[in-house]
Write a protein that binds this ligand. Sequence first.
Ligand SMILES: O=c1ccn([C@@H]2O[C@H](COP(=O)(O)O)[C@@H](O)[C@H]2O)c(=O)[nH]1
Length: 288
Amino acid sequence: MIADILYHEVEKKGPICVGLDTDVSYIPKNFMEKFNTIEESIFRFNQKIIDATSDIAACFKVQIAYYEACGLNGLMAYKKTLEYLRSLKLITIADIKRGDIAKTAEMYAKAHFEGDFESDYITVNPYMGLDSLTPYLKYVKENQKGLFALIRTSNPGAEDIQYIEDRKGIRVYQHVGEKLQKLGLDFMGSCGYSSIGGVVGCTHIEEGLDLRKKLNHTFFLIPGYGAQGGGAKEAAVYLRNGNGGVVNSSRAVLLAYKKVEGGENEFDICARNEVIKMREEIQNELSI
Ligand SMILES: O=c1ccn([C@@H]2O[C@H](COP(=O)(O)O)[C@@H](O)[C@H]2O)c(=O)[nH]1
């Protein structure tokens, strides 16, 4: 099960997921100019970030929107980035947030679990219902693939729909989390977590405590660190003995060089230092 592989990566390296949300405007000008195409600039930038962090990051999340925004050039960079990560046996999460009727989901599964854009995990939006997840499950069972399904997202507007309560005061996201955990019981790894994971933002500490307690077999992908205001305190509540989740940071890592004088010439080292700092902050919080 992919959950076991990710669990062991976290054990070895700590719970950090590096987010490769590579907006071309983040690439330092002098680096960008070394290459003839946007595709090559994006890919080579990612490659430097990956090489600088692969020993301290449990996994890498590639957010497809940043690549789609650059058209075919971007998608080529996306494909090459995933291939590079997989060639180094690093765990990949394709942040594609798909959600559609089962027949269409079948095509999304084929597109992102096989072929040009193959990834270990993909993110899905389960708010269309559990039938929209069914086509992915055969890949989870037979091909060591995994899902991270949205539960309680990190954005302020998460409250608009995810906080709607039933008559007993139970919120929509709590129902979603419980349904996903139940579905995940058929895909349990020996580590005690399922390959059907959940996305929970580290921007709200109270929800974190409750979710960690109730969803004891759900491995979490935890965005919201850094640029969205989440910190070690909020992220740590989702972890158990330092495991059971990976904390994503994208902008704070990719743009770390902007905080250092002359940093654009060593953006990869700045990214590495940011990951080390983040890992230390979370570890300190866990040891309190
Ligand atoms: O609830 C969610 C779900 C996904 N994301 C994604 O995570 C990263 C966050 O990027 P930062 O730059 O570290 O803020 C981004 O790819 C989002 O699409 C999320 O933020 N919240």
